[in-house]
Design a protein around this ligand. Sequence first.
Ligand code: FE2
Length: 330
Amino acid sequence: MFRPAPWGMPVRGTQGVLMEEESVAAERIHLWDRDTLEEEAWLIHLPSSRHASDVTVTELTDTAGRAPGNAKSALRPHPFEDLACRLLSALCDGPGLVVLRGLPLDELSDQACAELCRSAISLAGTPRPPESAAPMDHLLTTVPTSRVSAPADPDDILRGPAEEAALAPHTDRAGPSGPPRLLALLCVRPALKGGESLLVSGHSVHDRLSADRPAVLSTLYRDFYFGAERNLARSGPVFTRSDGRLQVRYNRYQIERGHHAAGEPLTAAQVEALDAFDEVLGDESLFLRLPLRRGDLLMLNNNTVLHGRTSFTDHPDPLQHRCLARAWAD
Ligand SMILES: [Fe+2]
């Protein structure tokens, strides 16, 4: 019977205990850059038999919602059982990211795509409630949500393509219980130009700092403030070790915002450490650049991989603007 492994535990652990040699191997597999990460480690093509209309929101939800002790559901293997194991393997014991390519979105509304994204992330974890952050955080688009299904406004088309700035690599926050362990982004519509996802291994950043700027690491293992929202966890270190595994949490903008809101300016040592972190992020050889296609589902271990985005130009028609569905899970 399929049972997702508890997060924070290795998929192949022994009685739930992370053995030392497994820990070392797990750390090494998280250490990658643009030149060392093989496509086969993160790309899963949906089987061609699943490209038709037989992949449905209901089917994915049914897979994810099966209780482990449900005798009826245990009678037959589920078609997504192997897929779920591969997702978990890539996220826990692999590079911390995976792309499931080929989800059929034809005739699905944006809202239905958001539900599909949430169902898919359920294969690997327990989804956070959709209302854990801003109400419309599950659909990322530059179109006002009230207009997603409305006819395009000719005035908007006349205004021409919209430009959006790049997003620096960061990890996500999502609720009062702290950063989510999983992030899923389903590409509903790519941008007209640009908007590639940028992915960086937190282990590689740590490794580079350890080699080049070891003096700043101790500061990054101490608490920073993150953001100013009352409904989100607001403090924690950039690097931590949990069960022997390295975890990263980073967002320079939110750290500066958080310290300002708390009335505690960053110290000179903290600024130096954050500058060193950003300096490493300035090396594009660490980035995996992913131009997501419609129907690509990107899933990340938000505790080990940072994500960002290149700048993009949107289609003149607001109804064809770039749109990603997003879900978080633990
Ligand atoms: Fe994000």
